[in-house]
Design a protein around this ligand. Sequence first.
Ligand code: HEC
Length: 225
Amino acid sequence: MARQGLLLLLLLPLLATAGPEADLAAFRAYFEQRFPNNEINDHIDGAYALDPEKREQWLAMEDFPPYEFAIDDGEGLFQTPFANGQGYADCFENEGAVKHLYPQYDESRGTVVTLEMAVNDCRSANGEEPLAYDSDELAELTAYIAFVSRDNLIDIKVPADAEAAYAAGKQYYYSRRGQLNFACSHCHMQMSGMKLRAETLSAGIGQVSIQGAGSGGAASTIRSL
Ligand code: HEC
């Protein structure tokens, strides 16, 4: 009971603060306090920053990454021109190194655009059919885009118009849902660094993949903070 009260007290400032910038500062401060032995930037390695054993396994795996084939396939798809001769590189700057800029708020449409939506927008604009959300192609393309975006810090802009979308996302993050009736914040804030079965729960401030499903781990290549 007392512990729950304390947690509520710790979280209250986060729930109460207004505005993305103040929220980000409070979110950082939360993890700085929770993990005083980590530099804040250490969290770009997600759960691997909090679990030395897993970190070693991950570094060993990175010598021959099992997701490499999916990245290669994604690159092939990215470089293949559309029927009209245009290509993805005509839609995405920096030869596709743009993962860290998504999701974006599209002010003209009044909607949040994810990278997956932007890939399909690019296709539609060039007379191609959109890809299914659960298709290998879309997973491979976005895995490739994530891969070439490595080492860029996540840089999401929240313009004033996006306030409602931002508030909805924040509400979602702190609301209980699902079979376990947990909020994202329960696992990735209050229980971050702890074990859930064999998994170490990553700190919400830094996770290596920001899309759920992918091609056999292809997604878990981007670093975020
Ligand atoms: C019951 C606990 C639990 C809840 C609730 C939960 N997660 Fe997770 N999540 C995990 C576990 C376990 C992993 C795998 C270990 C890790 O990387 O944290 C994970 C992984 C992730 C990752 C990948 C991390 C990385 O570095 O690749 C993201 C992103 C993520 N969760 C976001 C969310 C979001 C957003 C929500 C709310 C919609 C959420 N999680 C709710 C347990 C949870």
